[in-house]
Design a protein around this ligand. Structure first.
Ligand code: ADP
Ligand code: F6P
Length: 343
C-alpha cells in the first residue's frame, strides 16, 4: 500500500520536467497520496543542506499548479556523484524511510535511471520518466525536452549572406543537431556518430558556394569534436593571419574562422545555442507527453508496479523494466544524415 510518494528531477534540466511534476501532483492528489518533492536531484535525499526545506518539500496542488508553465524545474536539478557510492545510497534510503516515502518517481536520463535501479534493489519502488534534451535513450521515441531543444535550435538557425556555424547540445548524441538541420534545410550537419574531417566539411561548403549558395548553415552537435580527424588548428590559423594559442581546443567559433579561410569567404559566423535549449518553455508535444507520463508513473506505483521506465512506442505511452530499457541500443539515422549532407 503506497501511503506517500516522492518525485525528483535529476541530471540536466529539460523542458517538460515541471509539467511532469504537475501531472504527478494532480494524479497523487486524485489517488489520495501525499507527494514530497526532493530538491536538487538525488542530493535532496542525502540531506546535505542545513535546512530541511532545501532538501524536501511537500508539494501541494496550489504550488504545483503555478509551476506547470514555468521553464526549468521547480524542484531544481543537479548531478550527485556521491549517489554512485552505496554508502550514500543507504543514507538516501534512511531519508525516504524517515519521511515515510514508499515510492519514488525519478525524472532524468540514463544516469538518473541507473540511480533509480539501485534504489529499487534497496527496496524502494521507483519509476523513471525520461527527461533529457539529448534523446539518447533508445527504448523510447520521446524524451522530455528533446522536441523543445530542437525548436530552440531551429530559431537560432538564421543566415542571410554568409555561412553560419550553429552548435547544438546533445552530449554524445547528434539527434538534436540532425533534426534541427532537417527542420531548417541546413546544408551540412556534423555529429559524433559519424567520423569526419575539417577538410571534408570545407569541401562540402565549397560545393555549396560553387552552386551560388553563400549562406549555407553548418549544424554541429556539441559532441562532434570527439569524432573529428586530427587537424592542426594552431598551424592552420597562425599561417592564415589569425592569432591562436597552441593546444587551444576546437570550438564552433574557431571552426567558423577556419571555414571562412578554407573557403575564401569574407565572413562566417558562429552561434552556440547552449543552455537556452534547456531553459525554454516546453513545446506542446513535450508537455503533453509529460502529462501522460506523470499520470502513468503514479498509477504504476499505486498498483504496486515498480522498477519501470516510461516511454513512447509507436506514438503510445508505455512502460517497461528499467534494466531492459537501458540495454536497447541507439541507432543513428544515417539515412537522414546522408540526405542533409548530400542534397
Ligand atoms: P542523466 O540522468 O541526464 O543521464 P547523469 O548521467 O549526469 O545525467 O546522471 C545524473 C545523476 O544520476 C548522477 O549525478 C548521479 O546522481 C546519478 N547516477 C548516474 N549514474 C549512476 C550510477 N551508476 N549509480 C547510481 N547513480 C547514478
Ligand atoms: O544532458 C543534457 C546536457 O545539456 C547535454 O546536452 C550536455 O552535454 C550536458 O547536459 C551539459 O551538462 P552541464 O549541465 O554540466 O553543463
Amino acid at each position: 500500500m503506497m501511503r506517500k510518494i516522492g518525485v525528483l528531477t535529476s541530471g540536466g534540466d529539460a523542458p517538460g520536467m515541471n509539467a511532469a511534476v504537475m501531472s504527478i501532483a494532480r494524479s497523487a492528489a486524485a489517488y489520495g497520496m501525499p507527494l514530497i518533492g526532493i530538491k536538487h536531484g538525488y542530493n535532496g535525499l542525502l540531506r546535505k543542506s542545513t535546512s530541511i526545506k532545501d532538501d524536501l518539500q511537500e508539494l501541494y496542488l496550489d504550488t504545483v499548479l503555478d509551476i506547470a508553465d514555468q521553464p526549468g524545474t521547480y524542484l531544481r536539478t543537479a548531478r550527485c556523484e556521491e549517489f554512485k557510492d552505496p554508502k550514500w545510497r543507504e543514507i538516501a534510503v534512511q531519508t525516504l524511510k524517515a519521511m515515510e516515502i514508499d515510492g519514488l518517481v525519478v525524472i532524468g536520463g540514463d544516469g538518473s535511471f541507473q540511480g533509480a535501479m539501485r534504489l529499487c534493489e534497496l527496496g524502494i519502488p521507483c519509476i523513471g520518466i525520461p527527461g533529457t534534451i539529448d534523446n539518447d535513450l533508445a527504448y523510447t521515441e520521446m524524451t522530455l525536452g528533446y522536441e523543445t531543444a530542437v525548436q530552440v535550435c531551429t530559431e537560432a538557425i538564421r543566415s542571410h549572406d554568409r555561412p553560419h556555424v550553429v552548435e547544438c547540445m546533445g552530449r554524445h548524441c547528434g539527434d538534436i543537431a540532425l533534426k534541427a538541420a532537417c527542420a531548417t534545410g541546413s546544408e551540412i550537419v556534423v555529429v559524433p556518430e559519424v567520423p569526419w574531417s575539417v577538410e571534408e566539411v570545407a569541401s562540402r561548403l565549397n560545393k555549396q558556394i560553387a552552386k551560388g549558395n553563400y549562406r549555407s548553415t553548418i549544424v554541429l552537435a556539441e559532441g562532434c569534436w570527439e569524432s573529428m580527424a586530427p587537424f592542426d588548428m594552431y598551424g592552420f590559423l597562425t599561417s592564415h593571419g589569425k592569432q591562436c594559442f597552441e593546444g587551444e581546443p576546437m570550438s564552433a567559433m574557431r571552426f567558423a574562422s577556419i571555414m571562412k579561410r578554407m573557403c575564401g569567404m569574407v565572413e562566417a559566423r558562429s552561434t552556440v545555442v547552449g543552455y537556452t535549449q534547456r531553459g525554454a518553455l516546453p513545446v506542446a508535444k513535450d508537455s503533453a507527453f509529460a502529462f501522460e507520463a506523470g499520470n502513468l508513473a503514479v498509477r504504476l506505483l499505486r498498483d504496486g508496479i515498480s522498477n519501470q521506465v516510461i516511454g513512447v512506442r509507436q506514438g503510445k505511452v508505455f512502460n517497461m523494466p528499467i534494466v531492459d530499457a537501458l540495454k536497447v541500443e541507439k541507432h543513428f539515422r544515417r539515412d537522414l544524415y546522408d540526405l542533409v549532407n548530400n542534397l
